[in-house]
Design a protein around this ligand. Sequence first.
Ligand SMILES: NC(=O)C1=CN([C@@H]2O[C@H](COP(=O)(O)OP(=O)(O)OC[C@H]3O[C@@H](n4cnc5c(N)ncnc54)[C@H](O)[C@@H]3O)[C@@H](O)[C@H]2O)[C@@H](O)CC1
Ligand SMILES: [K+]
Length: 496
Amino acid sequence: MKILSAPQIKECDQTTIRTGISSIQLMEKAANACASWIVNNMKNIKKVQVFCGKGNNGGDGFAVARLLYEKAIDVEVYIDRGKQDFSEDAKINYKKIRKNSGIVFKYFSKFLPDNNENSLIIDALFGYGLNRNLSGRVKAVVDQLNSSRQPKLAIDIPSGLYADKMTDDNSTVFKADITLTFQFYKRSFMHPETGRFCGTIELLDIGLDQQFIDDAKTDFFVADRQMIRSIYRPRADFSNKGTFGKSILVGGSYGKMGSVLMSTLAALRTGSGLTFTMAPDCGYGILQSQVPEAMFVNSGDNYIDKLEIQEKSVYGIGPGLGKEKLTQQALFDFLKSYKNPVVLDADALNILAESKKQNLIPENSVITPHPLEFGRLFGKTHDSFERLDLAKKKAKEHQIFIVLKDHHTAVVTPQGQVFYNITGNSGMAKGGSGDVLTGIITSLISQKYEPESACILGVWLHGMAGDLAAEQFSKEAMLPTDLIHKIADVFKLLSK
Ligand SMILES: NC(=O)C1=CN([C@@H]2O[C@H](COP(=O)(O)OP(=O)(O)OC[C@H]3O[C@@H](n4cnc5c(N)ncnc54)[C@H](O)[C@@H]3O)[C@@H](O)[C@H]2O)[C@@H](O)CC1
Ligand SMILES: [K+]
């Protein structure tokens, strides 16, 4: 699914209006979608306090207030004091509810929190039209709303959040529990500094012009179910283990054998035909007893000191590798003579960063850094938007795929496209989750998925396995090894 910028969404709204529906009808449709969602999904809500701004987001708020009032919900509407230069459609909806004597109108300054879980705060102050930080009375009331214990819902975008860029440090943003957003995810929903204000995100389809959406140019996408289904290839009949490729997981050192073990298990569970582990001898017993399906290639004593090149294989290198001098040399020698795409993670990336040998990464390879590893490889950045810009630049420069791990991991392609992942949860923020991802992506490439598809599908699978693990074990208790077991259920879901 495409992510459009705020100006593109505005153009999309306007195109939709030109091609049939009037702007006030479109607002009514948007408000209806919100009100229905609230009525159907928040059955305990008896009262709403709707905060309306002067633009069309405020217009949505007035219309939602009216529609909820018609559903016998107690409604209070809050507006700013002073001259109200409402947008045209906001004015129409404002006048409509002004006539309605049952709806209570108040100024922001009169807000008193109910602190009651049956009373919902609705933020319709600003949407994608925000062009400066919140200040004055609006800022004051949003600060007050944020400290209330009532459930909070934002219409389209939490007020104070820009659609496509960072907020300034310490600026005020409405902290929503739920964001009902129209048609598109916004980039700011996907980044940790800004996404944390959105709570649960629900996409509401308001029937915007499909032709405009199809033609719109963007570098940013969300990997949704539809995209994943188009990438996933069910396992073919009439096949043998050779059909599904050979994965070689390289890593492990004394005390860190678990990482390459998890990568190996994940590669097997993802369907790799033949799976090898290249690890030092100290891991021999562990690996052979824990993963009898994988073959062991001895690559050193307590750490890897040589890396054998095997034909027609896909290498996933890095988990638990360590940074011994001889390991470093083994990695350099390997990358100098091996020209096929590889998957590089963890210490493989740290070694390349410390030795400034990023140029050794073969074209079309996949690297899977977390923010710190990315910083070591390509330099520090101020925030995750800047980091993503730099990743786009570096993916192009090195012609590689960068899987930038984060709450919403982003797959960045050599063409500069970005695919945000929306599966996964904070229960995965544990040592070992990354090793599982390395195994999954390596396995998919060995099964002849193009690296781009392998990254997008792999990250999605990994997150989905995490969501299923959280459901069974809780975010706190779930383990990276649980992710590996849940891969089975994710494939079952995919093949339905
Ligand atoms: N027909 C349409 O265009 C539709 C728009 N919709 C809603 O309209 C929203 C966009 O509406 P608008 O473009 O009117 O934008 P907003 O409702 O976000 O408000 C923009 C107005 O607020 C002012 N403003 C921006 N930042 C401010 C700040 N920090 N302090 C004070 N004033 C500030 C702007 O100068 C402008 O007058 C969407 O997010 C969505 O909620 C939906 O109703 C769907 C249809
Ligand atoms: K809003």
